[in-house]
Design a protein around this ligand. Sequence first.
Ligand code: SF4
Ligand code: SF4
Length: 139
Amino acid sequence: MYGQGLLKGLATTLKEYFGGYTTQEYPDEYPNLPDTFHGSFELDVDKCVGCTVCDRNCPNSVIDLKINRGEDKKKEIVRFKVDLTRCQFCGLCTEGCPTNALKFNQEFELATYNKEDLILNLLAEKPTQTKPKKKKEVS
Ligand code: SF4
Ligand code: SF4
């Protein structure tokens, strides 16, 4: 039918026009991020088996991992650092983790004046970081 494309375009325009807002008022409101968002990292050290897959998978040698073996031959994670200045957030480390010990969280506000702040010591971080609190309400 002649003009079918035009009608389809108009229908899309009208649907979007009356379909409500999709704009998110960041930074006044925290954005709705998907669960799969690659923000900062968190480690559940109790789940980590010290296999070093994350370290070996990383194309940029971002993960600084040190594991000791005790007298009982059990692995002990003594250092687990991630240098975000070199991380490309590709997810090869988290995807390869067999126990889901290493995960991304939704923290994306990582800008800082101090480069040292971007070297995460995951043994010192709480492994249960969730979405930051919603910021002030928009009036
Ligand atoms: S996200 Fe990619 S670059 Fe960053 S630490 Fe993991 S494997 Fe390395
Ligand atoms: S891949 Fe997972 S379990 Fe293995 S060392 Fe890394 S965080 Fe620990």
